[in-house]
Design a protein around this ligand. Sequence first.
Ligand code: 5AD
Ligand code: SF4
Length: 433
Amino acid sequence: MSKKLFIETLGCAMNSRDSEHMIAELKEKEGYETTENFRDADLILINTCSVREKPVQKLFSELGVFYKKKKEGAKIGVCGCTASHLGAEIIKRAPYVSFVLGARNVSKISEVLHRDKAVEIDINYDESEFAFKDFRSSPYKGFINISIGCDKACTFCIVPKTRGEEISIPDSLIINEAKRIVESGAKEIFLLGQNVNNYGRRFSGEHEKVNFTELLRRLSEIDALERIRFTSPHPFHMDDEFIEEFARNPKICKSMHMPLQSGSSKVLKDMKRGYTKEWFLNRVAKLKSECPQATISTDIIVAFPGESDEDFAESIDVMKQVEFDQIFSFKYSPRPETEAEHFTNTVDEEIASDRLNMLQSLNNEIIDKKNARQLGKVYRVYFEALNKDNYVAGRSDNNILIKVKGSDELLGEFRDVKITAIGRTILTGEILA
Ligand code: 5AD
Ligand code: SF4
């Protein structure tokens, strides 16, 4: 009988891809099959996130539950960003943990499995050309890492300390991976990196100078590939050439994530984001004029140290001007080994909560107003998930989530859909004959 693996994934899309890589390695090299029930598992992996304090606290409470209720003899491994950051301390606090594997050391999963109390967390380890075994959780789209690590030094962010310096993956490997995905029947690829439009900054070996725009052009030459998505681009690197290619190339999906973080140029400077409010708005204006149908999503942090009422009002102002289609908003959370951890001009917890609420209610107003205009519109939807009550869900090119009545026959198919009902997170439609 095969051994069973339970894996819990927290955090971002890069972590999800790392989990797929670990599943692939453990299936092919160690004979594991995945299970949804941790009580059946011979190996429990938690792939952690450390971007904010909350998920770190959650790790230790979850570990306790896994330890108490796991099958006898089952191993527990801690992977991902918190593993990189806390390392051996995890085993000190939870001595029943068998190994700790950092976000930059995923390729060593089948090795650490056999070394009790192994701690592999070198953030300079270069996995950019490692030939991972293949496993994909969706048959309809494939995630592809295009770079590892991050070279930025945003003062709030722990990621450079957990994922190390940025190294781009050679374009030939990315293109081959995209071809394999398409040959398996999927029609969409999703390119991943901390800072995708900084692609080509540094390769592990000698490599032709290829930037992100050129990578997108080369990928779009793959015949059977219909859709290309990516996350996250950085507003600082959004040059005209990139925005124009985004608008012009029919295979590039028309949704852009533009992490604002703050609308105040002063706060942006303290965050070391490398752009001002004006630059951000200038890039949005360029994007909207080149590609009016594009949707724009963003990340915003409230109550960064020193954020005054006036600074916060600038974030609100940008939200009103841009009318983002989706926002991910967070209260600032001080992180170890970051510059901002030492900033003393912190904002009161109560003010932080008020600001987050204000931001989120404004966002809801904007979304409701935009959604009201969707009735009767027609979108081409790529179906990828079965929902309850005989609904099938998919996304429009510009990333609007839409469901229709239907069966699994629609999965992996494109259809034109007319919007008939509005919800805040998903629209409902009917397939046009
Ligand atoms: N506190 C709050 N939010 C943070 N993010 C990153 N670091 C922090 C932090 N210390 C947010 C940013 C980033 C998203 C992934 O998480 O908005 O874009
Ligand atoms: Fe992803 Fe950042 Fe969380 Fe690491 S810390 S899992 S890179 S969001």
